[in-house]
Design a protein around this ligand. Structure first.
Ligand code: 8YV
Length: 326
């Protein structure tokens, strides 16, 4: 008998065909909408598997799904999942950790460059017919090559950023993580240091840490005050890693040159957020992994993980191996 799968993120036709060949698929609209949530609640009591992203799955939702065996997330971040609740219910959680690394690091450098060279602001100047002559000091950006790159979090994405900075832009690389990684030091001429030293010395500070109880609010008013007024902050991690009010204050009062932000404490970011009125902020709508190729690869990984779990095979990208009863 085919297992029941609830899909809350659209799949390409080939992936949908692959999933439907082995399971009975119920597709629901965006579960953050009232209709989607109602449809999800109706389907959960019969569901053996869920596949999607950007939906908080915790104890109350798992309690509605007594037959659930696996949730396959189309994401590397797992901050929306109460993993302890998954373990209590014996539900496997999988993610897609590898396929998005390079694309997300590209996004980080795109934001770094766009903020340093004021690309969005100056494109607007051209677009609005305000380019009347040679660009002068009032429109100058700041160099990236040779400047110091500080990376907070040295996982896969952090290492891909270090690669780009070291080999692509001749940047000295500082990083802060739980422990030093000699292979990273060797490959990228990088140096592990305390967070306060990184914030003090870096010209560009890039956040790549997962959102956890430990990293929530990691960059607050004090940490921002340690940064050079000429420095730029890039956040491709999660919005709550940064105290957004403190960041706005630093940006508005000239204590930070600029910020490239792909993530926000509330998403979509509120249309009246001061961040959207600051020319020294480049905001993007959480596009870290959002390319055609990478999102298809992520979805393919999620389908593979889901089908493996429903076949009682150990999935490749298991977030909670402690729940595996293979
Ligand atoms: C998207 C991400 O949120 O992978 C993550 O953790 O933040 C981004 O890739 C996710 O892919 C949504 O589909």
């Amino acid at each position: 008998m085919k297992k029941n799968v609830v899909l809350y993120k659209a799949l390409s036709a080939p992936l949908m065909a692959k999933l439907a060949a082995e399971t009975d698929v119920t597709s629901i609209p965006d579960p953050t909408s009232a209709e989607g949530l109602a449809r999800l609640r109706d389907a959960l009591p019969h569901a053996h598997g869920l596949l999607g992203a950007s939906l908080r799955i915790d104890e109350p939702l798992l309690a509605l799904a007594p037959q659930l065996q696996v949730v396959a997330s189309v994401s590397v971040g797992v901050d929306k999942y109460d993993v302890a609740a998954f373990d209590r219910h014996g539900v496997l959680l999988t993610n897609t950790p590898d396929v998005l690394t390079e694309t997300t690091a590209d996004t980080g450098f795109a934001l770094l460059m766009a903020t340093a060279r004021r690309v969005v602001e100056l494109a607007g100047l051209v677009r609005h017919g305000q380019w009347h002559g040679s660009i002068g000091p009032a429109q100058f950006g700041t160099d990236v090559h040779g400047k110091t790159l500080g990376i907070v979090g040295m996982g896969r994405i952090g290492q891909a950023l270090a690669q780009r900075g070291h080999f692509g832009f001749g940047m000295p690389v500082l990083y802060h993580s739980h422990r030093a990684k000699p292979s990273v030091d060797e490959r990228f001429g990088a140096r592990h240091c305390a967070l306060h030293a990184l914030l003090r010395d870096a010209d560009f500070v890039c956040l790549t840490v997962p959102l956890t109880a430990e990293t929530k609010g990691l960059i607050g008013a004090h940490e921002l005050s340690l940064m050079k007024p000429s420095a730029i902050l890039v956040n491709i991690a999660r919005g709550p890693v940064v105290d957004e009010a403190a960041l706005i204050d630093a940006l508005q009062n000239g204590r930070l040159r600029g910020a490239g932000l792909d993530v926000f404490s509330q998403e979509p970011v509120a249309t009246d957020s001061p961040l959207l009125r600051l020319d020294n902020v480049v905001p993007t709508p959480h596009i870290g992994s959002a390319t055609q190729e990478t999102r298809e690869a992520m979805a393919a990984c999620a389908v593979e993980n889901l089908l493996a779990a429903l076949r009682a095979e150990r999935p490749k990208d298991l977030v909670n191996p402690q729940a595996w009863r293979g």
